[in-house]
Design a protein around this ligand. Sequence first.
Ligand code: CO
Length: 196
Amino acid sequence: MILPIIAYGDPVLRKKGKEITSAYPNLDALLDNMFETMNTAYGVGLAAPQVGLSIRLFIIDTKPFSEDETLDKDERAFLESFKEIFINPEIIEETGEEWAFNEGCLSIPDIREDVLRKPLIKIKYQDRDFKTHIKDFKGLAARVIQHEYDHIEGVLFTDKLSSLKKRLLKGKLANISKGKISVDYKMKFPNLKKKR
Ligand code: CO
C-alpha cells in the first residue's frame, strides 16, 4: 500500500523519533508499505517520520544511483545492491573532509541544494530481526544514511543551508507546506487550504 509522504511544515518532521522494540505492531506491513512508497516516488531513502511515524526507523535502496555514470565502477556496483533497513540507528562517528552533494528530499519536492557532509561514517543499528550491527559506510551510501538519520532526529537538509539560501527558499517552502506544488506521488500537506 502506498502511503502519503508528509510534506515540509508538518510538526512530525521536527520530532525526534522514539526507539522501537520487536513488539512494534505490524512492522512487516509498515516496511513493505514504506518500500513501495519510496520506490513509487523514485526515492533512495525514506524515514518513518515521512510517513507520519515518530520512530527511529528508516529504509534505503540506492539502486537508482547505480545508473549515475559519473560515479566510479566500484561505487556503482555497491549502490546497485545497497538495500537495507535501519532500526534504532546511532551514528557513532563521522570522519573525513566535508564534501558537497546536491540533495533532495521526498518531503520537500522541487528543491535541490548542495549540502556539506563528512564522507565516512560508523553506524550501529538493528536489522529487521533486531540483531545489532556496527558497519562503516562511505561516499553516497554514507550520504543517504546521514540524510535519513537526520529525519529521525527531526532535522531536514534545508536546515543545513546558509542563512541566505534559507531566506531565498522561504517562500518556496511555505508553498510546499500549503500543497502549492505539482508532484507526481501521493503527499499530505500540513497547511493545505480546503476549497469551499
Ligand atoms: Co529526506
